[in-house]
Design a protein around this ligand. Structure first.
Ligand code: WT7
Length: 656
């Protein structure tokens, strides 16, 4: 292996290297699936690479266009324009289109709140709500190109607000409800949002997450925001600032039930979604309309083998890209019935998910390895209490799934009947890139298998050499694809540098991987300073800058330590300002400080105080050493570039 992933333990890599089990697609699946055999996959795949424009033009028929495009792709590395000249509307494609068939009476969203209430919206009802909120937005002065921040719990008003933005051509920026007021403020300011949509609060593990209070704090320092619309969800008292804050339910009372969809350019910005990178500042990933909608819709159909009878449940929060692409845009563009759940998987008991599957007869279930590992720990008595026979397909996303978890998922949840699709992709790719097709691809536990049609991947060395079978390297994508990010909002230079300059001429994913003799991809995890904590992506630099913003902290270095449940645990090495002494209280205070700066997802698991950090002669922090130290307490390998050996000795002592 030329690359060692900081995000994966050596023992795990070994177990993946020895994985030899193969599971062919179940026969009944292969008989009726959208793509039924490897021959069919190979044919489609070859066509997609040999004549990409013909291929994508045919695929694009799947969407409703107001005006047809004249050019499929304009590629000016690193900038792509897809379906140039075409106009469409994402909200029209996700809603209106289903109204002139029997689907108008089909459930679009079945929602269950954490306290247990259930709400169902048919496509017709969804249409009315989306139109009404679109009219509200217009009345609030929002028009084409304006940015709208959405900071909400998992309630139906969240997808409604997104689709309403898409309807009038406003660009939404959804901020995950678990982020702090500070994180929200920074994201609002970066995108210069004009309006914020939020709720009084949401339910999580029986307590209220007070979203409006966080918005109030954020809006102290957001000059671009003019108004705020608040959904009443928990009913707890909130402060409403006259002239600025309005109740959703009051506004929608006074508007029309119809709102014509804007005819938008294929490249019209659909949304910005912030994600962590290698610097302290999150990146606003920009996705546009035509290509994004096409590839999310297409992959939802292929990978989940979606049918009209399905009840489809992706457990991701809409605040992450998985929720954007596979709770909202992909499934709704296909006219699917989507289950949406507000709360925690272990509330009131660790069988809430299995109860939901049984109650709603879920057929497709898509979740993250970190959740699966928690279920394993909670014990199989919880799923065994429930009738899970409605399930026909299981999906995994967000991080490498270890073969042990894969097998448990297959046996205990899928009863050996359901194919598993391990889907590799990123916020930046917009849609699933590497994944089995459940009716065609034989699966191997721990491998995302092969790239989907239209996706050309490779494993390369830093200097661009394509490596041989089973040799480790960097996972890259070697040609543009429709749902690729278009730029980093407000920072095209960073887009060019981080994604298209690391390895000459190709898209750099930041992941290390190998490809086996069957062409199957085995993704090992990040090779940059990004860590995966419970399926959430976090930049170590973000946590570091949160730490050094505390007055007691002089310097901080944050690394991931392999963790059985979370994937990575957050370990921070901290040096203090002169005059400050380490204490248990300070440790707790620093943890709280990080939560305040970023959100609970960034709370360090461990803080280690040290006199100094190990650095190279040029002053770079030696993270590899810190990672090894965090993981095992011992440092192996070459340390000759260390500036001060005694630092290492001190860190070792800290360990004891
Ligand atoms: C990173 C992207 C878009 C999915 C949700 C996370 C890791 C994602 C897999 C997988 C191995 C995976 C990669 C990737 N990742 N899926 N099936 N197998 N690793 O999106 O927050 O943008 O993170 O998640 O490291 O680069 P994200």
């Amino acid at each position: 292996m030329s690359t060692i992933s900081p995000d994966r333990s050596t023992s795990e890599i070994k177990s993946v290297l020895h994985e030899e089990r193969i599971f062919p697609p179940p026969e009944d699946f292969a008989r009726s699936a959208h793509i039924r055999s490897m021959e069919e996959y190979e044919r489609l795949y070859a066509e997609s690479l040999n004549s990409p424009e013909t291929f994508w033009a045919r695929m694009a028929e799947k969407l409703h266009w107001f005006t047809r495009w004249h050019t499929v792709l304009e590629w000016n590395l690193p900038h792509a324009r897809w379906f140039v000249g075409g106009t469409l509307n994402a909200s029209y494609n996700c809603v209106d289109r289903h109204l002139n068939s029997w689907r108008r009476n089909k459930a679009a969203i079945i929602w269950e709140g954490e306290p247990g209430e259930v709400r169902t919206l048919t496509y017709q009802q969804l249409y009315r709500e989306v139109c009404r909120f679109a009219n509200v937005l217009k009345r609030m002065g929002i028009s084409r190109g304006d940015r709208v921040a959405i900071y909400m719990p998992m309630v139906p008003e969240l997808p409604i607000a997104m689709l309403a933005c898409a309807r009038i051509g406003a660009t939404h920026s959804v901020v995950f409800g678990g982020f702090s007021a500070e994180a929200l403020r920074d994201r609002i300011n970066d995108a210069r949002c004009k309006l914020v949509v939020t709720a009084d609060g949401g339910w999580r593990r029986g307590s209220e997450v007070r979203l409006k209070a966080a918005v109030d704090e954020a809006l102290q320092q957001t000059p671009s925001v003019e108004r705020c619309i608040v959904v009443r969800r928990t009913g707890s008292p909130v402060r409403m600032e006259p002239g600025r804050d309005f109740w959703w339910h009051e506004l929608v009372e006074t508007v029309d039930d119809h709102c014509p969809p804007e005819e938008l350019d294929s490249e019209h910005p659909l949304y910005i979604l912030y994600t962590s990178g290698t610097t302290g500042k999150p990146k606003g990933i920009l996705h546009t309309t035509g290509g994004y909608l096409l590839q999310t819709a297409l992959t939802t159909e292929w990978v989940f083998d979606l049918r009209d009878e399905d009840i489809y449940w992706c457990t991701a929060d809409i605040g992450w890209v998985t929720g954007h692409s596979y709770v909202v845009y992909g499934p709704l563009a296909n006219g699917a019935t989507v289950l949406m759940y507000e709360g925690a998987p272990n509330y009131p008991e660790p069988d809430r998910f299995w109860e939901l599957i049984e109650r709603h007869r879920v057929t497709i279930f898509y979740t993250a390895p970190t959740a699966i590992r928690s279920f394993i720990r909670w014990g199989e008595q919880w799923p065994l209490k429930h009738d899970l026979s409605s399930l026909r397909l299981l999906g995994s996303v967000g991080e490498p799934i270890n073969p042990e978890a894969w097998m448990w998922y297959r046996e205990v949840i899928g009863k050996g009947r359901c194919p598993i699709v391990d889907t590799w992709w990123q916020t930046e790719t917009g849609a699933i890139m590497i994944s089995p097709l459940p009716g065609a691809t034989p699966t191997k536990p721990g491998s995302a298998t092969r790239p989907l049609p239209g996706v050309e991947a490779d494993i390369r060395t830093k200097d661009g050499r394509s490596v041989g079978p089973n040799e480790g390297g960097y996972l890259v994508i070697t040609r543009p694809w429709p749902s690729m990010m278009r730029t980093i909002w407000g920072d095209d230079e960073r887009y060019r540098k981080q994604y298209w300059s690391e390895i000459e001429g190709v898209y750099f994913t930041g992941d290390g991987a190998r490809r086996d003799e069957d062409g199957y991809y085995w993704v090992m995890g990040r090779v940059d300073d990004v860590i995966n904590v419970s399926g959430h992506r976090l930049g170590t630099a973000e946590v570091e800058s949160a730490l050094v913003s505390h007055e007691a902290v002089a310097e901080a270095a944050v690394v991931g330590r392999p963790d059985e449940i979370k994937g990575s645990a957050i370990v921070a090495f901290v040096t203090l300002e002169a005059g400050r002494t380490p204490s248990e209280e300070l440790r707790e205070e620093l943890k709280r400080h990080v939560v305040k700066e970023i959100g609970a997802l960034a709370r360090p698991d461990e803080i280690r105080f040290t006199d100094a950090l190990p650095k190279t002669r040029s002053g770079k922090i030696m993270r590899r050493l810190l990672r090894e130290l965090a993981a095992s307490g011992v440092v192996r390998g070459d340390t000759t570039t260390l500036e001060d050996f005694s630092v290492l000795e001190k860190l070792r002592m800290e360990e004891e």
